[in-house]
Design a protein around this ligand. Structure first.
Ligand SMILES: [Cu+2]
Length: 122
């Protein structure tokens, strides 16, 4: 069994095994949903802005901007790791286009970022 190909097979098996074992206990996170939906056109201002992930993530940035610039939120989603993060606008959002830009760190240590937009009709 001490042939070269045997060794190679053994090494390949070892690498495969290591790959299995190192499947993250701390998973990478993916966005599963946002509120409002990306690209949504709303007739009413949303009461809250939300991000949902398939694994806990620590949010490090959650910036909302609209026709008047930066939007103040009374509830800050920057905090402990969670699968769900929400921000509540301090004032009712007026009509216009909005963008949410976020950043976070998944439990596997990977930095993630994204954005989504929505429009509130006049
Ligand atoms: Cu990852």
């Amino acid at each position: 069994m001490a042939t070269r190909s045997g060794k190679r097979t053994f090494m390949a098996a070892l690498v495969a095994l290591f790959g299995l074992v190192s499947q993250p206990l701390w998973a990478h996170a993916h966005v599963t949903d946002t509120h409002p939906d990306d690209g949504a056109v709303l007739e009413q201002a949303p009461a809250r802005l939300e991000l949902q992930f398939d694994a806990p993530i620590r949010i490090t940035r959650f910036d909302v901007s609209g026709p008047q610039g930066a939007v103040e939120t009374s509830e800050d989603p920057v905090g402990p790791p969670s699968e769900r993060h929400a921000a509540v606008p301090a004032d009712t959002l007026e009509a216009g286009e909005y963008q949410v830009v976020w950043r976070g760190i998944a439990e596997d240590g990977h930095t993630m970022s994204g954005d989504y937009r929505f429009t509130i009709q006049e």
